[in-house]
Design a protein around this ligand. Structure first.
Ligand code: AMP
Length: 414
């Protein structure tokens, strides 16, 4: 099977790593990729938002499957011309990707499907926003309606800060605050059958102790020893299946990866958000535990044959990933610095390094090229072991201004 992966972050590196280990995959390509992905896939400098260019590349390569990783190309509709050309593609249509592309659309689908989520108002004027803030009270939750790479959400006790964020957006969703721990649950779906993966937790804030600004994610782990029994079955029955059914009923079937961001509140499980693709950095740990070869699963989703698939097989092991970010991330990430110690970090096979924002320099050196630079990932018999190994690997890597959280999975590992 020839597979083409679209994207160039650590999620795509994790996807490419798993695909490269699948014996069914004879050729692996990635566009645009990064310096780490280049080790397992042939890179192509194609604009990932250009559906015609991606389709032309897939045709030229004779790709049997295209996997679209990030939300931006999905929301831009890159999967549509691929599908129209008869090429199997893992990833939803532009219309179905609105589940992530518009928070207001997601709320509407959830209302139609009877899926539990935070009560909310969609506001387009300052006056409406002010009234919505006062209706719910503090802590205030204000979300930019459109795509914002995980950075469009402000959760604050300060009404002025909340209103200021609302003013900066064309359309905002203001919603009730959900207490309780968060869980990320991914499901692979062909638009009818829904196959949940193992739950994970990510760390959205930049600094230890969940302080600092929201980011794309600073680390993740799986499994969740503290999660209630039957959580996956409950979420499948009350969230994932009804959402997939509702989208099909509306004539916008969703095939690809449905990501439910959940809060386990004192009043029950609630959806915080949906994403239309694998989450980064949770993918790094979820795929580290998946034993079933990945390509066949993604192809079955693309071809609408998930119901015929054998149940997924998982490692009992735990997995932890820690993100190494550049100085100034998330506000003003600095780039262009040489990265040292990449080989050393993987030398003893304890940890593996997934590249996010990296590029190759003229002399073959690896340079930082984005906010989140690397994800150092390890598995172990339990979370404590996986965590120790991931941090041991991370300690060998350095670049100017590198920053990371020191408390990823710390509480869960105790
Ligand atoms: P989102 O982009 O919707 O995932 O939001 C980013 C983060 O903001 C989430 O992971 C939560 O930590 C937080 N958040 C979003 N919505 C709420 C809410 N209604 N109540 C509490 N925290 C929230």
């Amino acid at each position: 099977m020839k597979v083409l992966v679209i994207g160039g972050g650590a999620r795509e590196h994790a996807l490419c790593r798993s695909l490269s280990q699948d014996p069914a995959v004879t050729e692996l390509h990635c566009a645009p990729g990064n310096a780490g992905i280049a080790r397992v896939a042939a890179l192509h400098p194609v604009d990932q938002l250009d559906g015609a260019a991606v389709t032309a590349l897939a045709r030229e390569l004779g790709a049997d499957l295209v996997v679209v990783g990030p939300e931006a190309p999905l929301v831009a509709g890159v999967a549509d011309p691929l599908r129209a050309a008869g090429i199997p593609v893992f990833g939803p249509s532009a219309e179905a990707a609105q589940l992530e592309g518009s928070k207001a659309f997601a709320k509407d689908v959830m209302a139609g499907a009877g899926v539990p989520t935070a009560r909310s108002y969609v506001c387009t004027t300052e006056q409406e926003a002010a009234e919505a803030l006062d209706a719910f009270g503090a802590p205030y939750v204000v979300k930019d309606d459109g795509l914002a790479a995980g950075k469009g959400v402000v959760v604050t006790e300060d009404r002025a800060v909340a209103l200021e964020h609302a003013k900066g957006c064309d359309r905002v969703v203001i919603e009730e605050y959900l207490d309780g721990p968060e869980v990320s649950l991914f499901a692979i779906t062909d638009g009818t059958t829904v196959l949940p993966l193992v739950p994970a937790q990510d760390f959205k804030r930049a600094l230890d102790g969940d302080q600092g600004p929201n980011t794309g994610g600073m680390g993740a782990y799986t499994p969740l020893p503290w999660a209630p029994e039957g959580l996956v079955e409950e979420v499948l029955a009350t969230v994932l299946q009804p959402t997939v059914d509702e989208l099909r009923r509306r004539g916008t079937p969703f095939s690809g990866l449905l990501y439910a961001g959940l809060a386990l509140t004192s009043r029950g499980t609630r959806v915080i958000e949906f994403n239309a693709r694998f989450g980064d950095p949770e993918t790094q740990v979820v795929l580290a535990r998946l034993r079933t070869p990945l390509a066949g699963v993604l192809l079955a989703a693309a071809n609408g044959t998930l119901a015929e698939l054998e149940p997924l097989r998982w490692d009992e092991d735990a997995a932890v990933t820690v993100v190494l970010a550049s100085e100034g991330y998330p506000a003003n990430p600095r780039t262009g610095d040489p990265i040292e110690g990449l080989d050393e970090a993987e030398a003893d096979g304890t940890a593996f390094v997934l590249h996010a924002g990296t590029t190759s320099g003229a002399a073959g050196e690896v340079l930082t090229a984005g906010g989140r630079v690397l994800s150092v990932t390890a598995t172990g018999a339990d979370l404590a072991e996986a965590r120790a190994k991931a941090y041991a690997g991370l300690a060998k890597i350095s670049f100017k201004g590198a920053q990371h959280r020191t408390d990823i999975a710390a509480k869960a590992a105790q």
